[in-house]
Design a protein around this ligand. Structure first.
Ligand SMILES: Cc1cc2nc3c(=O)[nH]c(=O)nc-3n(C[C@H](O)[C@H](O)[C@H](O)COP(=O)(O)O)c2cc1C
Length: 336
């Protein structure tokens, strides 16, 4: 179902979050810094999901034109993402001048006041989603006025906490109800989407699944690494952050156990000493698409991903499969 209509369209799997965010399907692209692009965002939004552009680390001057680029490709709602601990206030301000429909925040420091961040977004008429890895953060974000909470479990790719999605989502749902919750971490197909709806979430936010798409701005070899992964070969580590010299508020990075990780595991002291040199080597590995020589962050759900697909097809399959699970297998359990 195409989302490029003026009025709201009711999809086959409709939850309150669809009305709140103005989307057809309860499927959201995680705003992955460095791994999302206007093209990918528009593909997800045009398919009726919510595409989100990761803007952390982007220079404020570059931000308005990136948002304009999304708008040349879609008239459907989309989001932009900021990691709050980086305090890119100028970047947030630059984004708000373009009035994105949704601003997705994540990872604030424990003493950072969330209220002004939420208020600025509400002031331009946009909605705020806030990603958490625990219940106290969820409560704090709701108290600050967040419209949607994203509960991200430790199975997920990128920076995660230590509680798994199956336990975290219903805890967060209970804690913040009636504020809607999106589940994230470990979801790559319609079975996962159906499962988190059963847990009380209003939809799913996916990262890893959308990395293995035609539109994702990654070297093909990186996408192929996700397809080849059986999901057992990732680990939680601080090595990518040590390399980048960045301290996250309580997160570990779920990262593929490749040659890069093997080289530096147990040699963190050396990595700290040589990090500038290593950053240069990793940039070269990126440039030539050497998937073994750069840190690749993806989730355990890589074991569920068997092909690189167009992002719109990912959205359609997720919804169709979830419908099949709900109307087929689950309905039979109660009606036979
Ligand atoms: C490479 C990568 C980069 C990410 N960058 C961000 C980010 O900048 N901001 C954010 O809120 N989440 C980020 N995430 C987390 C995703 O938004 C999402 O929560 C996570 O990927 C969900 O788990 P999944 O990979 O199992 O779908 C990133 C994830 C990955 C894999």
């Amino acid at each position: 179902m195409d989302a490029q209509h003026s009025g709201p369209v009711r999809g086959p799997l409709h939850t309150p979050i669809c009305d709140l965010l103005g989307i057809v399907h309860p499927v959201v692209l995680g705003g992955m810094g460095g791994a999302t692009s206007p093209d990918l965002v528009a593909a997800v939004s045009n398919a009726g999901g919510l595409g989100t552009l990761g803007l952390s680390g982007r220079h404020p001057e570059a931000i308005p034109s990136l948002i304009d680029e999304i708008r040349t490709r879609t008239s459907a709602p989309f989001g932009v993402n900021f990691l709050l601990f980086l305090a890119n206030d100028a970047g947030i301000q630059a984004a708000l001048t373009r009035k994105p429909p949704v601003v997705a925040y994540a990872w604030a420091w424990s003493d950072q006041d969330l209220k002004p961040y939420v208020q600025r977004v509400h002031d331009v008429g946009a909605k705020v989603t806030y990603m958490v890895s625990g219940v106290p953060e969820a409560v704090r974000a709701v108290e600050a006025g967040a419209d949607v909470i994203v509960a991200q479990g430790s199975e997920g790719g990128g920076h995660v906490g230590l509680i798994g999605t199956l336990a975290l989502v219903p805890m967060v749902v209970s804690a913040v109800s009636p504020v809607p919750v999106l589940a994230a971490g470990g979801i790559a197909d319609g079975r996962g989407l159906a499962a988190v709806l059963a847990l009380g979430a209003d939809g799913a936010l996916l990262g890893t699944r959308f990395l293995a798409t035609d539109e994702a701005p990654l070297p093909t070899s990186f996408k192929q690494a996700i397809v080849a992964s059986d999901g057992h070969d990732t680990t939680l580590t601080e090595i990518p952050d040590l390399m980048n010299g960045s301290i996250w508020p309580g997160a570990f990075a779920r990262t593929w156990r490749n040659a890069f990780l093997a080289e530096w595991s147990g040699r963190e002291f050396e990595l700290r000493r040589r990090r500038h040199e290593v950053v240069r080597a990793v940039a070269e590995a990126w440039a030539v698409g050497d998937a073994q020589r750069a840190p690749l962050l993806f989730g355990q759900d890589a074991g569920l991903i068997t092909s690189i697909l167009p992002a719109g097809e990912v959205v359609r399959r997720l919804v169709d499969e979830a419908r099949e699970v709900i109307d087929g297998r689950l309905a039979r359990l109660t009606h036979e």
